[in-house]
Design a protein around this ligand. Structure first.
Ligand SMILES: [Fe+2]
Ligand SMILES: [Fe+2]
Length: 267
């Protein structure tokens, strides 16, 4: 099997240029810089998966801004709703992907013999997300459909991160995915967003990662009871490379304006 390279971006939180900023960084400028970085990737990722919170508040002007800035990579994009996105509006704005024949914003795709499942974990009005029986049944059915290597993308991470204020409203019901993913022998990775930080763990025995945000990162602060705290670290995204030996994930930082240098000792 030839190597397969996929990109994951998340939590772009596009804002309406006319609205009061709700971020410690310029979300839209960072999104444009991220798109430029993705276009410069060599080799080019075959798909670019957006794991949600595409907009900050689902306003029409935010979706306009999002679409305009994502335009150069649009043919390779797959969008998944986050808690900041109105799922029907997201589906209407990105009608070309294989959305589930259901009210939720889940979808399936396949590339180079690898299946990708996007599971909508959003619940209108709830920050932390929720999975109902309909979506859990959809996921279980899709995971059993064939024996291709599979990746599951879901906005809300199904684990406790130790970031106290983000964990407060985490996905319900607790442990909803554990049994389903543990019983899916071909599921190789779970890729999430929402936490605005890169984090790795296992869920039901499956390696599970959150992708860093392209907008404002959450501060790395593991004190119990820690409240909302952001930090102006660089925008970043993940590159997932699948080789014959399995998946490896790299993180690309954006906007540092650093060019690779060959040190003297290597010349
Ligand atoms: Fe977010
Ligand atoms: Fe989120």
């Amino acid at each position: 099997m030839a190597d397969l390279l996929l990109a994951q971006i998340t939590d772009t939180h596009a804002v309406d240029p006319g609205a009061e900023p709700d971020s410690i960084v310029d979300n839209n400028a960072r999104l444009t810089a991220t798109v430029a970085s993705l276009l410069a990737e060599n080799p080019a990722p075959a798909l670019i998966i957006h794991t949600g919170d595409a907009t900050d508040d689902s306003r029409p002007g935010e979706f306009d801004e999002l679409e305009r800035r994502l335009e150069p990579i649009r043919p390779r994009l797959r969008m998944l709703p986050g808690n900041h996105d109105e799922r029907t509006e997201l589906r209407n704005r990105f009608p070309d992907q294989a959305w589930a024949d259901a009210e939720h914003g889940s979808w399936t795709d396949e590339i180079a013999g690898v299946r990708i499942l996007g599971l909508d974990s959003t619940e209108p009005g709830r920050h932390g997300g929720q999975l109902d029986d309909e979506r859990l049944t959809w996921l279980d059915t899709e995971l059993r459909r064939n024996d291709l290597p599979t990746v599951l993308c879901v906005h809300h991470p199904p684990f406790r991160s130790g970031l106290a204020w983000m964990d407060d409203g985490r996905i319900r019901p607790e442990g909803a995915l554990d049994e389903i993913v543990a019983a899916a022998p071909h599921l190789e990775r779970i890729w999430c967003g929402h936490l605005h930080r890169p984090i790795t763990t296992t869920v039901g025995g499956v390696t599970t990662q959150t992708c860093p945000t392209t907008s404002q990162p959450v501060a790395l602060d593991l004190r119990p009871g820690q409240t909302i705290s952001m930090v102006a670290e660089p925008a970043a995204y993940n590159l997932h490379l699948r080789t014959d030996a399995g998946w490896v994930t790299h993180t690309r930082f954006v906007g540092l304006e650093v060019e690779p240098i060959v040190p003297d000792w290597a010349r």
